[in-house]
Design a protein around this ligand. Structure first.
Ligand code: HEM
Length: 482
């Protein structure tokens, strides 16, 4: 317990430090009553997630993950049981169905256009053209996911006085709550390993989790309740309509008897999960990639050349261009590899006594894959901290994707509990990154020779939000038409 408290605010940094100092690919820590097994080589990672995936299908029960999932109601935080099967099936076959994906295309385009309008407007409004990339990226993801889930960008009305409204107070609180959630879930809370201490809140995580949940309740509940009433009325009147967003899907699903398939709590939990799954990795990867590229003009030039060759300067980059933007995707892969948002993957729980790499892993152990250990492994990635997108181009047929099923680093993970949203996650990340690079020329602020690539003390994010200066770079009519 003293190690958990002593090594705050970054227990993950302590564990990754142990892996590195001991020069080991696997270690086991006894935290309270739990064996925590950290793995840092692709072979053993594949053993956990592929070869022995049936043994490692579950997730831990913790105060925080229970609070964020309204009692383990959502797919990713629930332990391995009926509830996981039910919610995973709904996410993969209903929420992420190709038909709904096509129907929501216009909403995604509108948010990508809003991104360009917002940055253009900021350039006009600020004297020195300085843009906070973190703010822009996080709110692009927040806007987009609210649009996909609720069909709208704002909780209330957008401020009509502004030409291109930025986030209001509710939207800022919402995105802050989502980021607090991702920073605290599986955040090495003392009571995760000493369950008898739940309620004492020794490290303050319980208070934070309750605050986050009350923000979601305040902002989400009225929208969900209203939509449930609408669909109940429709059921009664036998007049259905096509689902227009993720909430419609969740509310309209029915069981064999024609009753709503999901409870209010299940809908709330699944919505929170979709939202937090969408915001962290895309915005963090785009910010780090830009920071690295500002220090490497040759890499930046190659990315710009690719955009000019594939898209040109007479129109904006679109989702349909992503398949041809292999260099840009390699830049994002480098950002995922060197600068993951999380130091470890969400824990898997051993459902039986088993082994990894020949070492005994007792039933109930928490197994975590070190994203840092995997992505920075010098035998797999020579000069691991060098941002070198070319490494990803030299394999196969040169077509690049953001997935890494062989686990040489972690992006979407793999196996039956791997991320079900690779196409959507790729589209969100690439549209953010490609639109920023294509729409604007980015330079360092005056007096800054090099962007400081330093991590925050408490997380793996850049220590300070990335501030860059922007100039429009496309034909003027592109911005006017937008
Ligand atoms: C760039 C964006 C994204 C990345 C990098 C990412 C990555 C991941 C990773 C690493 C996992 C854990 C898998 C494991 O434990 O092995 C995961 C799980 C999951 N992701 Fe994503 N994800 C992204 C976007 C999304 C989006 C947009 C959704 C929205 C539907 C989503 C839904 C899920 C769900 C439901 C799970 C839980 C799967 C389960 O436990 O069965 N993800 N994701």
């Amino acid at each position: 317990m003293h190690q958990l408290i002593w090594n705050k605010p970054s227990v993950s940094r302590w564990i990754n430090g142990l892996l590195s100092r001991m020069g080991t690919d696997i270690l086991c820590l006894r935290l309270g009553s739990v064996h925590v097994v950290a793995v840092a080589c692709p072979e053993m990672a594949r053993e956990v997630l592929r070869v022995k995936e049936a043994a490692f299908m579950s997730r831990p029960s913790t105060f925080v993950s229970s609070a964020f999932s309204y009692g383990y109601k959502s797919a990713s935080l629930t332990t391995f049981e009926q509830q996981w099967r039910k919610m995973r099936r709904i996410v993969t076959s209903e929420i992420l169905s190709p038909a709904l994906d096509r129907r929501l295309h216009a909403q995604r385009v509108d948010e990508a256009d809003h991104l360009i309008r917002y940055v253009s407007d900021q350039i006009k409004m600020t004297q020195d053209n300085t843009i906070n990339i973190r703010h822009v990226g996080q709110h692009f993801c927040g806007n987009l996911v609210r649009r996909l889930v609720f069909g709208k960008r704002y909780f209330g009305e957008a401020e009509p006085a502004m030409a291109v409204a930025g986030p209001g107070d509710d939207e800022v609180e919402h995105v802050d709550a989502l980021f607090t959630l991702v920073n605290y879930v599986y955040g090495f809370c003392v009571s995760d390993y000493f369950p008898a201490l739940v309620g004492l809140d020794l490290d303050g995580h319980e208070k934070v989790a309750k605050g986050v949940v009350s923000t979601f309740d305040r902002l989400h509940d009225p929208i969900i309740e209203e939509r449930m009433r609408e669909w109940a009325d429709r059921r009664e009147a036998v007049e259905k309509r096509e689902a227009a967003d993720f909430l419609d899907v969740l509310v309209s699903l029915e069981d064999a008897a024609g009753h709503p398939l999901l409870t209010f709590e299940e809908i709330k939990a699944q919505i929170v999960e979709i939202m937090f799954a969408t915001v962290d990795s895309p915005s963090n990867a785009a910010e780090w990639a830009l920071a690295e590229m500002l220090n490497k003009p040759d890499v930046m030039q190659k990315a710009i050349d690719e955009l000019d060759a594939v898209v040109g300067r007479e129109r904006l980059v679109q989702e349909s261009d992503i398949c041809k933007l292999n260099y840009l995707k390699s830049c994002i892969r480098e950002a995922f590899r060197i600068h993951p948002f999380h130091a470890f993957t969400a824990p898997r729980v051993a459902m039986e006594d088993t082994t990894i790499g020949g070492y005994t892993v007792p039933k109930g152990s928490h197994v975590i894959l070190s994203r840092i250990g995997l992505g920075h492994k010098p035998t797999v990635w020579p000069e691991p901290l060098e941002f070198r997108p070319e490494r990803h181009l030299l394999v196969g047929d040169g077509m690049v994707g953001l997935g890494e099923p062989d686990l040489r680093f972690v992006s979407f993970s793999t196996g039956r509990r791997g991320c079900p949203a690779v196409p959507l996650g790729t589209s969100v990340t690439m549209m953010l990154f490609a639109r920023l690079l294509h729409g604007f020329t980015w330079t360092k602020p005056p007096g800054v020779d090099e962007i400081a690539l330093q991590e925050s003390r408490t997380s793996l994010s850049l220590a300070e939000p990335l501030l860059l200066q922007a100039e429009p770079r496309l034909a003027a009519h592109v911005y006017l038409a937008n």
